[in-house]
Design a binder for this molecule. Structure first.
Ligand SMILES: NC(=O)c1ccc[n+]([C@@H]2O[C@H](COP(=O)([O-])OP(=O)(O)OC[C@H]3O[C@@H](n4cnc5c(N)ncnc54)[C@H](OP(=O)(O)O)[C@@H]3O)[C@@H](O)[C@H]2O)c1
Length: 319
């Protein structure tokens, strides 16, 4: 099949449902939508609440979508341990129902997932490595992937890792605030991670939809999982060092706090975290699709520049 061009997608007036439109990745797509005449739909949770499983089918009946990009998720990793029921409904059961509804309607499905489906033995993990989640969030996302892939042979899963952007709540904003407010900021340095810049998904949305449209699907689910992360691996302490450096470049001498590396043993959290959830990029996905991925440091610096004025205002208002 010939690749579909941007013009074709616009001419087709492709109607795309994006769940999780208020999330980090969804917000980046929304932002992009202002410049593209794609027909993206971002329902609010009062229009489509995935906790209400029965409402999914009726919502889809009332709207003729050509493609679903399912980015809605219960992403609060610690809360998932305490609110297992809701985490399982959104990340697992709703994902399966969306896939089965997409199959009935023969429409496209791109489902978002996470590096947290891995974690026990150590990465970098290939897309088809054995899954081994070590917390409840990871478990529900892993079950969600299985349901999506089993329910619908024309679905794909795209895994992200530690998503950051100028939207929503993320590590960059939290660290930046701590660096402005506190004298000593301790950050874990011994966990190996991949990062995903949410803008890397939205900027490549046409390439991703093209790649999806040109996939040759077969019953073998082993060509339907893809990893989308920034270039190069890192750890949280190195990310914090870049945040520190960039903030001081933008606002000369703003930060005087001390940044200290600590061991993950000294960082307590409700959910267990892995020492290594690095994701390997799939060659075919990245090369065949012509997706352009950023290097993590460059995107972290970009996001720091964009969020710093807002964080400074927030800190000022808290005084
Ligand atoms: N955030 C990360 O660090 C991370 C890391 C790896 C993978 N991922 C995966 O990447 C994808 C996108 O994540 P993200 O970071 O963009 O998400 P996010 O910023 O945490 O936002 C989650 C989104 O899901 C929506 N949502 C939650 N419960 C819902 C419900 N019951 N019904 C409808 N919508 C609901 C939220 O809507 P409301 O705001 O209305 O609640 C929000 O739009 C997800 O598949 C996630 O698992 C995320």
């Amino acid at each position: 099949m010939e690749p579909i061009l941007v013009k074709d997608l616009v001419d087709y007036n492709l109607k795309v449902l994006v769940t999780g439109g208020s999330g980090q990745i969804g917000s980046e797509i929304k932002n992009l939508n202002k410049n593209l005449s794609f027909n993206f739909h971002f329902p609010e949770s009062n229009e489509l609440n995935l906790l209400d499983l029965d409402s999914i089918s009726s919502y889809l009946n009332n709207n003729n979508f050509d493609l679903i990009i399912n980015l809605a998720a219960f992403t609060a990793v610690d809360s998932a341990e305490e609110n297992k029921k809701n985490a399982n409904i959104v990340n697992h059961l709703a994902a399966g129902i969306i896939a089965s509804e997409a199959r009935k309607r023969e429409i496209g499905l791109i489902h978002g997932s996470t590096d947290y489906v891995f974690g026990n033995t150590g990465g970098p993990y290939g897309a088809y490595d054995k899954k081994e989640p070590i917390n409840y969030y990871g478990t529900t996302k892993s079950l969600g992937e299985d349901s999506v892939l089993n329910e619908y042979e024309k679905s794909i899963v795209i895994r992200f890792a530690s998503v950051f952007s100028e939207y929503g709540n993320n590590f960059i904003k939290r660290i930046l605030k701590s660096l402005i407010k506190e004298e000593i900021v301790k950050v874990v340095s011994d966990q190996k991670i991949s990062l995903t810049y949410a803008g890397d998904f939205s900027k490549n949305i046409i390439e991703i939809i093209n790649f999806y449209n040109n996939l040759e699907f077969d019953v073998n689910k082993n060509n339907r999982i893809f990893h989308l992360t920034c270039r190069e691996y890192t750890n949280w302490f190195s990310v914090a060092e870049i945040i520190y450096d960039e903030a001081n470049k933008v606002e000369n001498g703003l930060l005087r706090s001390k940044l200290l590396p600590i061991s993950s043993k000294d960082w307590k959290s409700v959910a267990q975290r892995s020492q290594d959830t690095r994701l390997e990029l799939n060659d075919n996905f990245i090369n065949e699709s012509k997706i352009n991925l950023s290097q993590w440091e460059k995107s972290v610096r970009l996001v720091v520049k964009r969020v710093l004025p807002v964080i400074l205002k927030e800190v000022e208002n808290e005084k």
